[in-house]
Every structure is written in C-alpha cells, then in structure tokens.
Design a protein around this ligand. Structure first.
Ligand SMILES: Cc1ncc(COP(=O)(O)O)c(C=O)c1O
Length: 372
C-alpha cells in the first residue's frame, strides 16, 4: 500500500496534492456500458473532475462497449487468433503489412520495448524538453545518456537543434508529434526532412498518441524506406480505451522482430477483451469524428476563457492545453483542490507553464468557474 501510494503521488504530481484517496472511487465508469449516444449524460460524477492524463471523457465508443459486454465469456481462453485479426485490421488501416505491426499493453509497452532495444548498446538518446518523459526511466536506468533539446520560442520541437544534438553515439531520437505537454505539432514535410537526415544507426521513435486529433497524416508510410523508424500508436486517447491498455508499433519487419524478441508474450500482453474492443473501435469512425469535434469546441471555449483570465495559451493540436500561470494572480492549485479538480504539475518554472486536459464542455465550464 505504501509503495502504491508513493507511486501514485509521484505520477499525479502537484495538481491534486491534497485530494484524498477516497476520490479514486470516482474513476469508476461514469458512463453507461452500452449507450446509443455517449455524448448524453455528461454531468461530472461525484463532483470530481479529472483533467490530468488526457483521456477521452466520452469513451469507450458504443461499439467498443458492446464488444466488451458481448464477449466477457471469452476471457477464459488465451485466443491468439484475435491478436492476428486485430493486427490485420491495423495493417489495412495503416497501409502496411501484418508483419509491420506489434501490439502492446498501451503504447507505453511499445516505448518500453524500443527503450530496451535501443539501450542494448551504450550511447545516448535525444529528447525535446519538455516532452513526454514518463517512459524514459528505462533508458536512464539501462545507461543511455539523456540529451535534452529545448523547444523553440513557439514551444515547438526544434527539429534543427534535435538534429544537431544527434551524434555517432545516438541510439534513439524521440519525437512526440503532437508534443505532450505543449500540444504543438511539427509540419509533416519538416519531419520527413528530419528523419531523412538522422543517421540509420539511431532509431527514430515517433509517438503519434495525439495525431488523430489533427488532420496530419501519420509517418507510418516511411517505414518501407526507413528501417530505423518506429511509429507508436495508442487506443488510449481518441479511441477512449486508456484503461483497456492497448497500443501498437509500426515499423520495418526486422525492427518489429527485434522488439518482439523483447516481449515475452508477443502480441498478447493485451487481454482478449481489449483487443476485441480495439477491433470494434476501428469501425466506429463516427465516434472518432464526434469526439474530435466535441474536443475542438470545448478546447476553444477553454482557451478563450483562460485568455480572459490573463493566462497565455499555446495553440493546441490535441485534447490538452499548455498555458502560463505567470499572470494568474490567484492560487491555481488551491483553486483546483477546493473544487475537486485534478490537473497536473508545473512543467517549466519560468512562465509557470502547466497543462490541462480538455474534458467535456460541462467539465471545462466548471474548471473555468473554479479559476474565476
Ligand atoms: C505522448 C504520449 N505517449 C504515450 C502515452 C502512453 O499512453 P498509453 O500507454 O496509454 O498508450 C501517453 C499517455 O498520456 C502520451 O501522452
């Protein structure tokens, strides 16, 4: 219990310091299991609003809920065929071959496998600062030296500077596109130019956890010409399956095999139910586009209101907003705590930059009301 609590507090950060463990009850499914319209019934539950981890407040999709409900009784079997089916569907969706896909328990497992593979030889890795870092402890403990490259003045990943930081000892370069926590995106042609210039001795890990919130095309098309690229994808964000833990890698066959060799139960660390929910989610295009539009509306509202409160906001391509508390004169974290709202930490002291997840419109109205 002590260890769990310590880990929990570490991950949660400053945003909810002080909110009691009893509130964890509020993570119980707030939405009906099978519903025609998941955009109804959106009042926050238990007076507790979680805007910390960029989850989808509307998910899982109706088709995914039905898949969970209908297939519960399959849980007594390993059923490897379902992995094969999901892999085929993902290959079609991404216009690659089945052997270019590896399934993981969330994209975190994929990032972890890439970390283990990259760190099998001594050297360094290059990462933007700030970027998504929770998975990099594996790289650090396996002995790769971390090279952090500051974002540019627009809080975008500075691809030129990243390239300059890459040297003969670089084993891995991580690009989170769009970037977490800033929500900024690199132009696709600049990314293509970037990967063309990274030496083949370094793996380029492109994390597209939030790409579905944008109109930009994935870099997965480059794997046939770039055997050193891994694209990490997840069902946790727009598909609303964060708790189901399902993600995947897209890469050249040799690289996929190298990663698969590090995964004991290759393609089967994910439960049968989660895989079936993922298969169903891929068919629910309407849910994806509805989530995207709802997110845009609630995001615009939140940015407009934060600006009225003198908080500078970085234009966002995602379901979260990066904003500055420098000119906000009240105690932001106290306001969150008083109103049972879970945000996250300060990422950069200078400018007091923090991040808030875009929840439902009702949740964002309560968030803004809490700050006023
Ligand atoms: C950029 C990015 N990558 C990966 C993940 C991990 O997602 P999951 O393991 O749920 O797929 C997250 C989660 O917040 C993220 O923000």
């Amino acid at each position: 219990m002590e260890i769990n609590r310590r880990l929990w507090l570490k991950n949660v950060g400053l945003g909810i310091a002080g909110i009691g463990m009893t509130n964890m009850n509020s993570f119980a499914s707030p939405l009906p299991l099978v519903s025609e319209n998941v955009f109804d019934n959106l009042e926050p539950q238990n007076n507790f609003i979680t805007l910390r981890s960029n989850e989808n407040p509307y998910g899982p999709s109706p088709l995914a809920r039905k898949a969970f409900a209908d297939n519960l009784t399959l849980s007594n079997r390993y059923n490897w065929e379902i992995a094969t089916q999901l892999i085929s569907n993902l290959a079609v969706k991404n216009n690659v071959k089945d052997e270019n896909i590896l399934l993981g328990a969330g994209s975190t497992e994929i990032l972890d496998l890439v970390a283990k593979f990259a760190a099998s030889q001594k050297g360094n890795y290059v990462i933007a600062d700030p970027s998504y870092e929770y998975w990099t402890a594996t790289l650090d403990s396996l002995g790769l030296k971390k090279i952090k490259v500051p974002l540019n003045a627009d809080k975008k990943i500075d691809l030129q500077a990243m390239l300059k930081a890459v040297d003969k000892d670089t084993k891995l370069v991580y690009i989170c596109n769009p970037n977490n926590p800033t929500g900024t995106i690199c132009e696709r042609n600049e990314l293509v130019n970037f990967v063309n210039n990274v030496p083949p001795t370094a793996i380029v890990l492109i994390d597209e956890a939030y790409l579905e919130f944008t109109k930009q095309q994935s870099l997965s098309g480059l794997i046939s010409t770039h055997p050193n690229i891994v694209v990490a994808k997840t069902f946790s964000k727009i598909y609303g399956l964060a708790g189901a833990r399902i993600g995947y890698a897209i890469a050249d066959t040799t690289l996929i095999n190298n990663l698969a060799n590090l995964q004991s139960n290759t393609n089967n660390s994910v439960s049968v139910l989660s895989k079936l929910a993922a298969i169903a989610s891929l068919k629910d295009n309407k849910f994806v586009s509805d989530c995207s539009s709802q997110n845009e509306i609630a995001r615009k509202y939140t940015i407009d209101e934060l600006q009225k409160l003198n908080c500078e906001c970085i234009p966002s391509n995602t379901n979260f907003i990066y904003f500055s508390l420098t000119n906000y004169k009240k105690d932001y974290f106290q306001k969150l705590k008083d109103n049972n709202i879970e945000g996250t930490r300060i990422y950069v002291e200078q400018g007091k930059w923090t991040r808030i997840t875009v929840g439902t419109m009702q949740e964002m109205k309560q968030f803004i009301k809490a700050l006023q």
